[in-house]
Design a binder for this molecule. Structure first.
Ligand code: DUC
Ligand code: ZN
Ligand code: ZN
Length: 469
């Protein structure tokens, strides 16, 4: 009898540390760790000598095919998910936006109808609440979504114009319901009233350039909302996950509540660890491209976030991938407040964190794996199926070459857009192989799978597992 695949001689990052071990894979699962000499023969052998072997990346924050601020990126699920795979991500937690007048479950079905056909990687979703006009109905519908295997929902304390906003009462009611259901609330935390009134005031004064984006929403606008969310989380005891924290203070605000043993968590995103608000100038050709929310910050925030990652105060790093094109940004650039927020990043997340974190700042391999993979699986309720290299887990594995250097220029990447916010930069540490449930889908940097092979990953949050994040 043969096993399907053996990965030999790699430095494998497991839940307990880094060890030199071989990995046997059968029927899409890891069947054994140990010495190849005691494994059966294999159909295929990958020699990972000199490579680092990690669980497949899990992107906690992608927006594939998102219609937002008047634009839908031309990039489809197949292109986005293929690019994710090339960059070492094997599961994405993609947002599904509720449409006005429709239910959260409708949003899930719409998103999955695309993913089922086109996704190159496994997926689940976090529905975004956009229509709370019948609050009781939405609260009721949340149970159906949780029972379906989707335990997280997303709200926002900003974006009144695009309808993503929840007021304090709505947030309270949703958190209270999620406490009953055992789910987790993901929140985009920026104080919408101050941030958006400040935007309007600046625009009235003719201050419409991208650099005013950061001036309208300085650190305290995010910190204030983060603090509010933490107070609600404490009062209600609901699992609460702050998405894309960017300020030097936010991880500390959240850590203050973690110290009280509350289930609260902090995510940041790749770009907040690399890019500063200097990129907003000049407006053309580049400032408008760097428009995202929360805004890019200062060098001091970047270094504080990296420290918070190694200190355990940031639990996950997502991409916040939205593949707008240059034209889509340009078409709305009269004032900074109208430029569609977001840019592509799903492909570069794992390599940039490896390069900037492990190689440049000495982030441990163990912590690297926790923030790009393991913690996401634990938080969103599918650990140890994913997020770990252990017998019985899905064989989602990345064989990463720690010496491979690639440019981050748009023309060298595979995301469906025409610019890169990382233009001119390089990252060292790229997947030689990306393996999804035992099947090689990326080999030597090329996608060799078939879009549509990705599967829905059901989640159910377990309190004893989430405590280990
Ligand atoms: N921020 C972004 O930059 N893009 C999408 C949505 C968001 O909150
Ligand atoms: Zn957001
Ligand atoms: Zn987002």
């Amino acid at each position: 009898m043969k096993v399907d695949l053996i990965i030999e001689n790699g430095a494998v990052v497991t839940s307990t540390g880094v060890m030199k071990t071989d990995i046997a894979i059968e029927d899409g699962k890891i069947s054994a760790l140990g010495s190849r000499s005691v494994f059966p023969e294999a159909e295929k052998v990958i020699n990972a000598e000199g490579k680092i072997v990690i669980p497949g990346g899990i992107d906690t924050h992608s927006h594939f095919e998102l219609l937002f601020m008047g634009e839908r990126p031309p990039e489809n699920w197949d292109v986005a998910s293929t690019a994710s795979a090339i960059g070492g991500t094997t599961t994405t937690i993609d947002f599904a936006q509720q449409e006005k007048g429709k239910s959260l479950m409708d949003a899930v079905k719409t998103q999955f109808s695309r993913a089922e056909k086109l996704s190159a990687i496994d997926y689940t979703t976090t529905p975004i609440l956009t229509d709370l006009s019948d609050l009781d109905k939405v609260l009721d519908n949340m149970k159906e979504v949780v029972d379906y295997g989707i335990p997280s929902f997303k709200g926002a304390t900003i974006y009144r114009k695009v309808g993503w906003y929840e007021n304090d009462w709505q947030l309270y009611a949703v958190l209270r319901r999620l406490k009953e259901l055992g789910g987790m609330m993901s929140i985009h935390a920026e104080n919408g009233l101050i941030g958006e009134e400040m935007q309007a005031e600046l625009i009235k004064q003719g201050k419409t350039d991208p650099k005013y984006h950061g001036i309208a929403k300085p650190n305290f606008v995010e910190d204030l909302a983060t603090q509010t969310c933490m107070m609600l989380a404490e009062v209600l005891g609901t699992k609460t996950y702050i998405v894309h924290s960017t300020t030097r203070e936010a991880p500390n605000i959240i850590a203050n509540y973690r110290r009280k043993s509350l289930p609260v968590f902090c995510e940041t995103c790749t770009h907040y660890l690399v890019l500063t608000d200097d990129t907003f100038e000049p407006k053309f050709p580049k400032g408008i491209l760097y428009m995202c929310s929360p805004p890019l910050r200062k060098k001091e925030d970047i270094e504080a976030l990296w420290k918070a990652i190694s200190d355990g105060k940031v639990q996950t790093i997502g991409s916040d991938h939205v593949a707008f094109t240059k034209k889509q940004k340009e078409d709305h650039c009269d004032t900074f407040a109208d430029i569609p927020n977001g840019f592509p990043g799903c492909e570069v997340r794992v390599p940039v964190i490896f390069s900037e974190g492990v190689l440049k700042r000495g982030l441990s391999l163990q912590r690297f794996v926790e923030v790009v993979s393991t913690n996401a699986a634990k938080l969103f309720g599918f650990y140890p199926k994913k997020g770990v290299i252990a017998p019985g887990s899905d064989a989602d594995i990345v064989v990463l070459d720690p010496k491979e250097k690639r440019s981050l220029n748009a023309e060298d990447l595979h995301m469906g857009t025409d610019f890169s916010v990382f233009e001119g930069m390089e990252a060292t540490g790229w997947p030689t192989f990306t393996i999804l449930r035992g099947k090689v889908i990326v080999e030597d940097g090329k996608y060799v799978g078939n879009p549509g092979e990705g599967e829905f990953v059901k989640g159910k949050i377990e309190d004893d597992i989430i405590k280990t994040v």
